[in-house]
Write a protein that binds this ligand. Structure first.
Ligand code: MRU
Length: 360
């Protein structure tokens, strides 16, 4: 089955598939400067929480690799600045900050082991590649856990794009659907367009179609009607940040979908890696919600579709935990009460170990 590859580390640099141009064109860019990677994240060349994390890790590695620093101390100072620049790209997806923390930890460990700058640089590149490999293995584990809760046959609704394009693996929500289909389940995916950026229409529809997975594209304002009348067995989405009590931020529109799913007795599931947990915040009120340019609302592919009025563009919303039937992770399935189940999963051993990934 076709799996999109949004990002790769190569000898030439970090290669990204430009998601702004899909589905019309498949254009790749090669970045050799971490500032270009930061810009690519901010401008949505790459998007989706786990893929943003992979991009940040690779950006940090690129910055270290090409640093002109002549001493460890200079490299340490420059590396902190590199991480700062990458951290300022998008505020909601916690995988970005998780990946940068991980790269900082690796930098400190390497700097404590050797004074050879080249070894440190190569170690940072290896760590970024490992982050990517781990994401791939993580998605497959999420997919296996989630597939068990998918119906044998029926319609499943998703939101935005939580597929390969959003993770660098097989996807989280779409990974669950993919694994279920590979197991022989007969699923049909309902794909809301996901205004204003159209990740559903442009990206999820493209990925599913290329993978031969049956789908129906709907407009966002059909969601309630279809959940009430459309024989939907489950909803499964990704997440950008999950607070300690289970409140989950995801693409704008997810909250209303979850409320309407509950109203119609349809289970609403989230599929996300443990790196999406933010157990430092008690609930969803503490999740920063990205506000993007109003031009992305007033214009469609560069064409103005509204008069010159004020427009709001909240990119995410928070679904309260009470609407979430379960959260699929690579370490198992969390259920309410989430304060306990998320803490237990965060403390559980990672099934996707660095050692197993290095031999992939
Ligand atoms: O603004 P985006 O396209 O980065 O938002 C992406 C989403 O909201 C996804 O649904 C979420 O990151 C989960 S991706 C596996």
């Amino acid at each position: 089955m076709y799996v999109a590859r949004p990002i790769e580390w190569t000898d030439r640099g970090v290669v990204m598939l430009d998601q702004r141009r899909l589905p019309g064109e498949e254009i790749h860019h090669t970045y050799t400067d971490y500032r270009e990677v930061a810009r690519a994240i901010r401008e949505m060349v790459i998007r989706g929480a786990p893929a943003i994390g992979v991009a940040a890790a690779m950006g940090a590695a690129l910055g270290a690799l090409h640093s002109p620093a002549k001493s460890i101390e200079d490299l340490r100072t420059e590396f902190a600045e590199i991480c700062e620049v990458l951290a300022k790209t998008r505020p909601t997806a916690v995988d970005l900050f998780w990946a940068l923390e991980r790269m900082k930890t690796r930098f400190s460990a390497l700097a404590a082991q050797t004074t050879d700058l080249n070894k440190i640089k190569q170690g940072m590149v290896a760590e970024a590649q490992l982050v990517h490999l781990e994401k791939k293995a993580t998605d497959e584990a999420i997919g296996r856990f989630g597939a068990e809760l998918m119906p044998k046959e029926g319609q499943v609704m998703t939101q935005c794009n939580a597929g390969a394009l959003a993770t660098g693996g097989i996807g989280t929500a779409l990974g669950v659907i993919r694994v279920a289909i590979e197991q022989g389940k007969k699923l049909h995916v309902l794909v809301p367009e996901t205004r204003p950026y159209l990740q559903g229409a442009r990206l999820t529809a493209w990925e599913l179609h290329r993978g031969g997975i049956p789908l129906t594209l709907i407009t966002d304002n059909m969601v309630g009607h279809i959940l009430k009348t459309g024989n939907v067995s489950a909803v499964v989405t990704g997440a950008d940040r999950i607070a300690a009590n289970g409140d989950s931020a995801n693409k704008i529109g997810t909250y209303q979908m979850a409320v309407l799913a509950k109203e119609n007795n349809i289970p609403f599931y989230i599929a996300a890696p443990v790196s999406t947990f933010d157990l430092t915040i008690p609930d969803g009120d503490h999740i920063p919600i990205e506000e993007r340019s109003a031009a992305e609302v007033t214009h469609l592919q560069g064409v103005r579709i509204a008069p010159e009025v004020h427009a709001a563009h909240f990119a995410f919303d928070v679904t309260p935990a009470r609407y979430i039937a379960a959260i699929f992770t690579e370490r198992g399935v969390a259920r309410s009460p989430y304060r306990e189940s998320l803490r237990a999963l965060a403390a559980a051993p990672q099934p996707v170990s660095s050692a197993s990934c290095s031999t992939v």
